[in-house]
Design a protein around this ligand. Structure first.
Ligand code: FES
Length: 351
């Protein structure tokens, strides 16, 4: 056994006791080898070499800026469907190829510039920091601050203004690539989500028969679905428009209508409400004629059609929008305008 309690077989061979009882430490693997001698780089001793490196770094940052500008130019210039031949890839999308190439060059150049700067111009003197308690003493903190300031001074960040400014330029321009890509999210909806196909004078068309509705077609207790006159199902926008304009129509005894505005916007107790649930937009289809409640089948939101279609149960946060209706000169039900609020999910109110 050694004097620290470890059996001899478990000690490194160099620490096993010799025949004379002495510990051999000639090849102690734990001896601190120390730091290798610092070898100055060519840039440390030759100012012309340092200038060359500075120009290289600035050139790379400038290349990054140009590539980012090129990225934006390609994004604007190339149509999505333009195909070009590029050796050795063959026929490729001009837009995708140019965007990938310019963005790749921009990112590579800014990275390569930073690496070249660090390897050739920033100080490469290794600084040893001894192990110490986690909380630094005031002296150590002061030394760390001095080391940091020394490193900052030796990096040339303040002195080499060309590098610093081109780097800031490159870093400022690179994110622009992401900004211009936002254009691919498509055109802004403008007021398309706030307006529907309905406008003053459009007749209410029964969705089952495709015939204009007369007041006498809507009987107490029935639920009728309607769409605007002129909304052709062969139109390419039909699905978008019907998703906003779909109506449900019921007749309620005027005396049973509790909401004053609802009564004013009805015709002889016939009320027209958006069929689109204000929770997440399912079409409402279940009507309970005794209570005048309608139920959305998706998450069971329930609306009281005799009281302004207010929500009486479920997750919907907003009453169903009502369409003001009347009767035209030929005796058909017609809209007296568009909905006065957006239809569908009630996130509009929180926007
Ligand atoms: S979509 Fe109607 S309750 Fe959820």
């Amino acid at each position: 056994m050694s004097d620290n309690g470890i059996s001899h077989e478990n000690l490194p061979s160099s620490e096993q006791e010799s025949a004379h009882g002495e510990v051999e430490r000639a090849h102690d693997p734990f001896v601190d080898p120390g730091m290798p001698a610092h070898r100055p780089r060519i840039q440390d001793i030759d100012e012309r070499a340092a200038k060359r490196s500075e120009r290289t770094v600035a050139g790379l940052f400038t290349l990054s800026m140009l590539a980012t500008i090129g990225f934006i130019a390609c994004f604007v210039a190339f149509p999505v469907d333009k195909i070009v031949y590029v050796w050795p890839f063959g026929h490729v999308s001009a837009l995708n190829f140019s965007l990938g190439l310019t963005l790749g060059v921009a990112l590579f150049a800014v990275g390569a510039g930073a690496v070249h700067w660090a390897r050739t111009l920033m100080s490469d003197v290794e600084i040893i920091q001894e192990r110490h308690p986690i909380e630094a003493t005031p002296e150590v903190a002061a030394q760390a601050k001095r080391d940091f300031l020394q490193g900052a001074a030796e990096s040339g960040f303040g002195r080499r203004k060309l590098i610093r400014n081109t780097m800031f330029g490159a870093l400022a321009l690179v994110p622009l690539s992401g900004v211009v890509l936002l254009r691919d999210l498509g055109p802004l909806p403008e007021d398309k989500l706030r307006k529907t196909f309905w406008k003053k004078g459009l007749m209410l068309i029964n969705q089952n028969t495709n015939e204009p509705l007369r007041p006498e077609d809507v009987t107490v207790g029935s639920l009728t679905f309607a769409q605007p006159e002129g909304l052709d199902e062969h139109n390419e926008n039909f699905n978008n428009e019907i998703a906003k304009a779909a109506l449900m129509i019921v007749r309620i005894q005027p005396a049973d209508i509790k909401d004053k505005r609802e009564l004013e916007w009805s015709h002889e107790g016939i009320v027209a409400y958006s069929k689109i649930c204000t929770h997440v937009g399912c079409p409402i289809s279940l009507y309970e004629q005794q209570t005048h409640h309608v139920l959305c089948p998706c998450h069971q939101s329930t609306f009281d059609l005799s009281d302004g279609a207010r929500v009486i149960f479920g997750p919907a946060g907003h009453a169903l929008p009502q369409l003001r209706i009347g009767v035209n000169g030929e005796g058909y039900l017609e809209a007296l305008g568009d909905f006065d609020e957006p239809v569908g999910p009630s996130f509009w109110e929180r926007g």
